[in-house]
Design a binder for this molecule. Sequence first.
Ligand SMILES: [Zn+2]
Length: 168
Amino acid sequence: MNPHWLPDIVSKEKEETELQYQGRLYQIFENDFIFNTICCQQLHVKTKKFPETKGYPQAFIHLTTRQYEGNSERTPDPERRMRLKWIRASIEHFGSCETCSYEKCDRPWVWENGKKIKICLPNQHYLVVLGKRKNDLLLVTAFYIDRDHYFRKIEKEYNNPDFSKKIQ
Ligand SMILES: [Zn+2]
């Protein structure tokens, strides 16, 4: 089952316009990554601001859209953006479940692969990737893994000591 600390998904409401939904998602992004400091392994997690699109930071666009095969432009990715709140929660809470100490819910897989730290929620096929920099971490990407073969690849990587230094 989902980690107890995992927030609910944020779906588009029926009466909401695309623009209103995007605005609501941006408030979440701002609150989680711009107005508040977020840490992992005692390092600050930063997000990429440039290049901006219509005034939105690069990271926000990246985390809510996807480049589908055959398309040159990024378009909204419903699976990815409804899980926007999961990014900060995964980074901040993967270490422990205060409700059940992971006796009932699924403990995330967390590992280092070279200059990347990866956090995977295996029951949800959800992945967050952070890049290690000199003095901080950069949020590289976060997405719902919609292909089984890619999920199996991630599982193999996590369990292969050649590519993975397990954090938990
Ligand atoms: Zn739990």
